[in-house]
Design a protein around this ligand. Structure first.
Ligand code: F6R
Ligand code: MG
Ligand code: MG
Length: 376
């Protein structure tokens, strides 16, 4: 049977600045997903949050880009905004709903989307990653490591079902074009693009031998839609694992050596991506509105439904004490970067700061700029 996993997310307001959604927002989201499950629109639904972003995870049989599924998510975000976030004057109420012009698809309207449709295997583990205070390019390093690096994924070397490699659909978020690159043959071209994390991002990964979808990621850049700074895009990603895909442990290994991403305070800084445990309540930011963080939810997909450890409740893949060491390393890196204050590279480069409030500050100084006199 064909099953689709859709992950649609948006920041529609939070308590104490950009900290976390109000429990009433989460209640409303869970209630609406349960209703949709009862009417048969979806097979399972799970609402959670990563920092100030509400994440809706839905499994169904309607395929990708389905207007009813997108409509369900859009209406949930609208209702949460109008019924809870605005009346309570929560911070940034309705922030990511940039347009009212919903006509069947949330892409381009603000919310982030990752969707993957596949023929269910005998047993199908999926991992949904959600990050806060960063952007889609934050997935470039882990996707490269998971699906293209033999240093990370032993199966690429050892397992004949992975040995033919993967195909990456890479998007140019500035010029709006995409290219399909096959690894290992085009590995250097892939890295050439993915290294520019603010511009290139991966939307899909397919197994090269048979085109089977392996991963999907959100690629929204709010600032490019709105033409101004409206918060970072706090991406989500779905990865299928095991039996012909990288093992769950190989997928998670990609996060074991913390790497630096863009986002953090005012979407204007570089900081380490810290893998966090949501069961331990670590999926909320604090220090300097960060550091940027990622959580990992694990399910089995079974007859169209998401099977977790307690109904649809997912397993928490970064809960293991092993990740405390990684978190400590990330915290050390975060503190080191903050010793630099507002100097690059701790602050983003000039091009990316164009979408922040910094140009307004520079503009005010403009009248005082004088030409430099050159002595002949
Ligand atoms: C980052 C983010 C926060 C805010 C910061 C200032 O994505 O959302 O770091 O940029 O808290 O917020 P305002 O300008 O709303 O006071
Ligand atoms: Mg926010
Ligand atoms: Mg956020």
């Amino acid at each position: 049977m064909r099953t689709t996993v859709s992950v649609i997310k948006a920041d529609v307001g939070s308590i104490a600045g950009h900290h976390k959604p109000h429990p009433k927002m989460m209640e409303l989201a869970s209630g609406k997903l349960a209703e949709a499950e009862n009417t048969g629109l979806i097979k399972s639904g799970y609402a959670t949050h990563c920092g100030d972003d509400i994440i809706l995870v839905m499994s169904h049989g309607k395929g990708e880009d389905n207007p009813e599924i997108h409509g369900l998510a859009w209406n949930i975000f609208r209702e949460i905004t109008e019924k809870v976030a605005k009346p309570m004057k929560l911070y940034g109420a309705g922030q990511d709903l940039l347009s009212d012009a919903f006509s069947g698809n949330v892409r381009g309207l603000g919310p982030g989307v990752a969707e993957i449709e596949f023929e269910e295997r005998k047993s199908d583990p999926v991992i949904v990653f959600a990050a806060d205070k960063t952007e889609p390019g934050a997935w470039n390093i882990p996707l490269y490591r998971i699906f293209a690096s033999p240093e990370n994924t032993a199966g690429l070397v050892i397992d004949p079902t992975l040995h033919d490699g993967f195909k990456f659909e890479v998007l140019d978020l500035v010029e709006s074009w995409s290219v399909l690159l096959k690894t290992p043959e085009e590995l250097y071209d892939l890295v050439a693009l993915l290294g520019t994390v603010g511009r290139y991002a991966v939307s899909k990964v397919y197994r090269a031998s048979d085109g089977e979808p392996a991963a999907a990621a959100s690629t929204t850049r709010l600032s490019l839609i709105a033409g101004r700074y409206v918060g970072k895009d706090d991406p989500v990603m779905i990865v299928r694992a095991q039996a012909g895909f990288p093992a769950v442990g190989e997928v998670l290994a990609a996060f074991a050596t913390p790497f630096i991403v863009s986002g953090w305070m005012r979407g204007s800084h570089r900081g380490p991506l810290m893998p966090v445990s949501f069961r331990r309540g670590q999926n909320v930011v604090s220090f300097f509105d960060g550091p940027p963080r990622v959580m990992a939810m694990g399910w089995q997909v079974s007859n169209g439904r998401l099977v977790g450890q307690d109904g649809v409740e997912p397993v928490d893949l970064f809960e293991d004490p092993f990740w405390d060491t990684v978190r400590n390393k990330a915290a050390e890196l975060a503190l080191t970067l903050r010793t630099m204050g507002e100097f690059e590279p701790a602050r983003l480069g000039h091009e990316e700061m164009e979408y922040t409030t910094l140009p307004q500050v520079i503009e005010r100084l403009k009248p005082r700029f004088k030409p430099i006199e050159t002595k002949k």
